[in-house]
Ligand binder design. Sequence first.
Ligand code: SF4
Length: 455
Amino acid sequence: MTEVLFRRGLLAALPSLRRSPRTPFRQLPIGSNRAAVRLRNYSTISPPVENGKNDAKNLPATYFHNPDTSVRKPSARWSALKTAKPFSEFLTDTFDRQHDYLRISITERCNLRCVYCMPEEGVELSPPARLLTSPEIVYLSSLFVSQGVTKIRLTGGEPTVRKDIVPLMQSIGGLRRNGLRELCLTTNGISLHRKLDAMVEAGLTGINLSLDTLDPFQFQIMTRRKGFDAVMKSIDRVLELNKLGAGIKLKVNCVVMRGINDREIIPFVELGRESPIEVRFIEYMPFDGNRWNEKKMLSYQEMLAVIREKYPTLEKVVGHKNDTSKTYQVPGFEGRVGFITSMTHNFCGTCNRLRITSDGNLKVCLFGNAEVSLRDIIRKANNGEPIDEATMNELQLLEAADSAARIKEEGGVVNERERELLDVIGMAVKRKKAKHAGMGELKNLKNRPMILIGG
Ligand code: SF4
């Protein structure tokens, strides 16, 4: 009943949910147990859309199978148990870490110029033809999901500046029927409020919003742009939708730099007094061109001490094994506080993350400079040229990615192209190091600027 009321409220808030044609994404009661509901919605796939251009908005939902629903379905729990597969060998590294979380950068562009992320002089952007097209992004997502990836996060640059982000999310959201459980976004929030409702409709489940100051003037200094009010508008809209049952996990990420925004630690903690916001303080990390300096870095212990001075009852919250943050809560506050301690306490031992850059390189570690091009392998089928939707259909690439078996168990059904991709991915994953280099080495490591990695 509560779910129905939530959904009614959400429908009222999202008129497009009522108007738009039925899609597989929309079927899910937003905020419900999506994994379980996914198993009940096979029969609602939209018909294929034709004559689309190189744009995810026209990617047909028929990329995904439509099993016969005439027979009575077993319980969701039983189906999940029956279809459970061993985790892919290709995504398992030599330390037995299973990589079920993929972060895909979908643009190099950004509408801000944050001091720790973008070098002051800007970065040289790749020519458009070198960047992954939307069909290529969906193809890679599908291949990774076929191997056991359950969480995809879209990053950038600033992902919301990509014009077709909503249709792209709809296509990736459709992979829920293949096992995807979470579709997340990392954003600076500047234009999020304009696209948020449509994104929720497309299946968005989590947002990490980067915000380093609560002072509009300081915001302009730190981001070299205006836009504080727009960010707050986005946060408010997420909270509003959550009140209606949207169930979006919201985390506000704040990079703390000594002498710049460290005096704002307490105001950030207090954001959670009445709102269910998790603020995560991030230790300042070195990337190309961000003028990192150890003295500017405030350690987790220092930040914790600042908070404990004001809130001595701050208590630790038990987290999940793959969490990148250590989480705390002030008793009585609705929100939580987390710390991402990349510099002082690495969390590499439980790392489950892989990254794809917007120019199609697989990066197995944020702080490693080893990369392999997946784009070049995919494009072999098209003489090295970008693959648009028509070519994707013609080559039946998505069908192949969708059904790519986990070879160990279903040997022989993966075709040559997917096999080559999986081999290259598997080799890169096997070369992943146990942990990133220490602080001293990291600052001298040649790596992409943060804006070109995708966080
Ligand atoms: S530094 Fe590399 S290995 Fe460690 S948590 Fe980050 S991505 Fe994973």
